[in-house]
Ligand binder design. Sequence first.
Ligand SMILES: Cc1cc2nc3c(=O)[nH]c(=O)nc-3n(C[C@H](O)[C@H](O)[C@H](O)COP(=O)(O)OP(=O)(O)OC[C@H]3O[C@@H](n4cnc5c(N)ncnc54)[C@H](O)[C@@H]3O)c2cc1C
Length: 424
Amino acid sequence: MNIPETNLPRIVIIGGGFAGISFIKQLKKEKVQVVLFDRHNYHTFQPLLYQVSTAGLEPDSIAYPLRKIFRKYSDFHFRMAEVEQINPKENIISTSIGTLNFDYLVIATGTRTNFFGNENISKNSMPMKTVPQALNIRSLILQNIEAADRSRDEESRRRFLNFVIAGAGPTGVELAGALAEFKKGILEHDYPELNGDEMEVHLIEGQDRVLPPMSEIVSKKAHRFLEKLGVQIHLRSLISDYDGTAVTTKDGKIFPTATFIWAAGVTGAPVPGIKAESLIERIHRYKVDPFNKVEGYENIYALGDIAIMETEEYPKGHPQVAQPAIQQGKRLGKNFSRMLHGKKMEPFEYFDKGTMATVGRNKAVVDIGKLHFGGAVAWFLWMFVHLWFLVGFRNRVVTFFNWTYNYINYDRAARLIIRPFRRK
Ligand SMILES: Cc1cc2nc3c(=O)[nH]c(=O)nc-3n(C[C@H](O)[C@H](O)[C@H](O)COP(=O)(O)OP(=O)(O)OC[C@H]3O[C@@H](n4cnc5c(N)ncnc54)[C@H](O)[C@@H]3O)c2cc1C
């Protein structure tokens, strides 16, 4: 794979997500060789994937080339490849483009969609974890609205215009809100022959409230916001099947739909090779100590969503969101610097900056410590925070421009079927 031999310590990182990037950024001035692997040549800002799915933003606003982030780093090497196996005895990784030895390995592979073993759902539903998947959803939504527009059969029209989302966590809520706004802002203007009332957005959740990870106060607010937008919420409903034509739930409900978006769960994305005792099998996450070192290894670390660090305050590990990943990456990067200068590492401590979710225009909810609020102020705060954390100046400017334009014009300008979605 053409990585130069070196006498410096070689640090190999798997995954250019939030954790991997913030780790590498701390090593700019250190005398080390850094090799980053990712299956994509870009970093994905997952919190805004739903905006790509619902035609609010183009994908290049939320993705950023990994090579560009580190172009000023002297002994940094990126290779676009799938890491397939770790051999901890020999300190070697095997990838889709060859093998490489390492002195230190940092695993930051995040999560993958969890279909809970349901084959039909995995085959027929639309997951939303990557940019190509978000683009598939965008195409499918638009294709189905086109199909409804040319259909004279009421039953099939309803199937095309019924949008069903599994999971009322932040992603499900954000998707449902954006689709409901699509109906109000776009459908009624671009498709004058369609009866807008035929379009329905259903949000299905197994627990007894929307946004289960957030406080009850904001959960109630978000529920009200969604209802105002016309989203139909189905709580305490577990989905049992989707055959490509209708979603069925365990309590006997049936939702005919041609668009079923699965936002109901993720599980860790480990790389084979690490011993079973170091992995919690049920959730596929590596057990790490307070220094993010994988249990049972001296030179292998795990960061972010793939790592589970059990502490007194977080007995089930930190939440699988961006902040713990960013903060762990930063802490471990600083610890590597300390180690290289003969100093002791410092344990990781999580600083909870709060949680937020948006439902739509002027409607977001925020939990920060003892503060729980929703509405326009929360929405502006949500926009500011997301712009701030987007990687790359260009992405921030383009996103800001798009949001301002959409706000003024009630528009979602990226409603283009560039690459039609075809089910395999
Ligand atoms: C739709 C969605 C919405 C979200 N919304 C929010 C939100 O609003 N707020 C929030 O805080 N968090 C949100 N999250 C969660 C947040 O994105 C994750 O917690 C965060 O990305 C974790 O960072 P990470 O670095 O651990 O993993 P990731 O950011 O997932 O990065 C993992 C990287 O590893 C690469 N990779 C994985 N396996 C391999 C392999 N074998 N070989 C090569 N490369 C590999 C992947 O391509 C990816 O680039 C959301 C997640 C999703 C999916």
